[in-house]
Design a binder for this molecule. Sequence first.
Ligand code: ZN
Length: 427
Amino acid sequence: MDILFERIRLISPLESRDEIGYLWIRDGHIAHSSPEPPQTISDRTRRVRADGWIAAPGFVDMHVHLREPGQTHKETIATGTAAAANGGFTEIVCMPNTEPPLDSPMAIEYVQRRATGLVAVHICAAITLGRRGELLSPMHQLVESGAVMFSDDGSCVRSAELMRRAFEYVAPFDALLSQHCEEHSMTEGFDINEGAIAAKLGLRGYPSVAEDIIVARDILLSEYCGNRRYHVSHLSTRGAVRLVRLAKSWGLRVSAEVTPHHFTLTEDAADGFDTNAKMNPPLRTRADLEVIIEALADGTIDAIATDHAPHTREEKQQLFSHAPNGVIGLETAVGLTFTELYHKRRFSLSRVVELLSIGPRRVLGLPQPNLAAGSPATVSIVAIDEQWTVEPERFHSKSKNTPFIGWQLIGKPRFAFNRGMMWECQL
Ligand SMILES: [Zn+2]
């Protein structure tokens, strides 16, 4: 690997860098990074004209379902990490709702040993054994095995008392607890958001307040247990935004992520019974979406995360009520983020890079890569003005369940560099 990007825009907010220059990556390291071209390069260096492209510290998706072990007909560690690199990411966090769940050091080691590619896989382990919500998992041991956070994602930890014990248990080693915020007693068998579309289609609704109730409960518990680190997964309601904002103003260590589908689509996407608009939490209303955009801009939301949830065509082709929840996101997230937030909503490039790269690492407590010469190359490269069409046949993910088929996006991932490897994106 020996490649020189000429006239690329270098965006690294933590180094206060936003300048056009030359980025030379050789043997997994940044050999040169400056407004001036390098004095000498070797004959075998590949030179790439990169006008209109940006280079940023590698993007992180902190919410990915890799489906392995147990459901490798939907996705595997190999195909999921290939999809991540192809979508412009260099690191991901995989969720523990596999079969068996990631609730033991052995299960964690299984994933770690298979994740040998460019994309680093961090582990989110289960809060409770088997994700059954009855007994706590051995969280201290799991941290020692490499878990970077905990969640029973897919389900909420229903019992307030058990969640309180989880916060108390992790206090000595200050682990991060995340929640899939859903008051299950209010959402039994839901199809989509409770509202006009559900009423029109005769589908069962998930009221937004069922998400807000758990966000409020957990914020109070995290404070009660000594200001513990707490993260709201895939936040989808304006009520939850208000609570997270309030918690931050109190000085609590609360963070939140939002998916591209929740800042792009509303419940209207399910009109017509498209099962690719069925996920948990469901798409909400225009009012929720607008508040979420504000929260992405003002720092209330810390990270964009995909909740990449692969399912086979056969599973998604069932009747709406029978189809499983979830959409894939790894190969559309960067395009949607630049289209919706940078081009349409006029977010600054540094804010976009914060949401994709710096924010998630800050929440997770991971080291922040930079673009300085001499550093290992953990870099994402995006052609921010390039228009492209979403064609799932080009995806590296095993599954194609996306509501964005045929969409025109502006901003295309071009390259990912990490762990001494290079990936040229093919979308
Ligand atoms: Zn979830």
